[in-house]
Unconditional design. Sequence first.
Length: 109
Amino acid sequence: MEKQQRTRRTKRIEVRFGPERPTDLGFTIDVSETGLFVKSNTVYPPDTRLVLELSLSDRRVLSLRGRVMWAKRVPPQLARHLRKTGMGVELIDPPSEYLDLVKALSSAV
């Protein structure tokens, strides 16, 4: 797998996700135009396709589709101490609203 070349922005956003419907809960740690990292105790194997819903601060819900690129599961008692517990997700055709969100985060720095 080629390393992501896009700029990642740190942003914590509540995200619901799942293979068929978004039933699991997590939070983004970082986002980019091509993907995001989901911190969660629930992880899916690489190549799993996911439906994701980001809950934005203005109460909008942004629907996305993605594919798990990698996943790291640790025991729940260690999860709060480790940053990279969860999944790296590559987005499939992200909507313009998502790309606008990432651009806004980039210009805020």
